[in-house]
Design a protein around this ligand. Structure first.
Ligand SMILES: Cc1cc2nc3c(=O)[nH]c(=O)nc-3n(C[C@H](O)[C@H](O)[C@H](O)COP(=O)(O)O)c2cc1C
Length: 197
């Protein structure tokens, strides 16, 4: 334990209790997209990536932005959490991290008009459908920068939807995912929607 605690210094290595969640320390790992999933399913890459932080003693390990629908992925290699195969794959990783004593979390996301792009380190340009990309959807038909223009409406209905409805649909998707999370046993969840920003 840090000998400076009590002398007005850092509580970094003190446990933290959030309702029923006991986190062994305040070292939390930020979500980091790995662009390494196939059809949204995390794999050994994610096990090693997240597992090593738990082995290193992090108190909470937050899994990368994981899409709640296929068209919500930032890139074709993004992780997801919309089907049972993904739930099972996440469970394996989750269990390993728990076994090291760390708490887990996941960032649920929908990339909106910023979806279907190449990874950050490869330019971040739109991926055409012929190369594994897809039509993006958003609350606006305005393209983000040089990216391909989105269809307006959830699921590309062509109906102009107020932002609040789009946000509700994202949150509803997230709620559906919470059911999966219950089976997966994650401790914390962060919801992110990138419809406009
Ligand atoms: C490779 C990489 C992937 C990232 N992926 C995500 C992500 O999935 N979600 C997110 O909110 N931030 C993501 N970020 C941002 C980080 O979570 C973090 O906020 C950023 O690195 C700044 O952290 P710092 O303020 O502790 O330096 C990513 C950063 C990096 C370097």
């Amino acid at each position: 334990m840090c000998k400076f605690v009590g002398a007005g210094m850092s509580h970094l290595f003190e446990p933290l209790k959030l309702r029923d969640l006991a986190v062994p320390n305040r070292v939390w790992v930020s979500p980091m997209c790995q662009y390494s999933a196939v059809d949204g399913v995390p794999n050994d890459w994610h096990l090693v990536h997240l597992g090593q932080f738990a082995l290193g003693g992090a108190g909470l390990v937050m899994a990368e932005a994981s899409a709640v629908t296929p068209d919500g992925r930032i890139s074709p290699g993004d992780a997801g959490l919309w089907n049972d195969e993904q739930v099972a794959a996440w469970r394996r990783i989750n269990d390993f991290v728990h076994e090291q004593g760390a708490a887990t979390g996941i960032q649920l996301a929908h990339a909106g008009r910023k979806a279907s792009t190449t990874p950050m380190g490869e330019g971040g340009a739109s991926v055409p459908e012929s190369e594994g990309g897809w039509q993006t959807v958003s609350s606006t038909s305005n393209a983000f920068g040089a990216l391909a223009a989105p269809l307006v409406g959830v699921g590309g209905t062509g109906t102009a939807l107020p932002m609040v409805i789009v946000m509700c649909s994202v949150v509803f998707g997230a709620l559906l995912v919470f059911t999966a999370l219950g089976r997966r046993g994650a401790h914390s969840t962060e919801v992110v929607a990138r419809q406009r920003a």
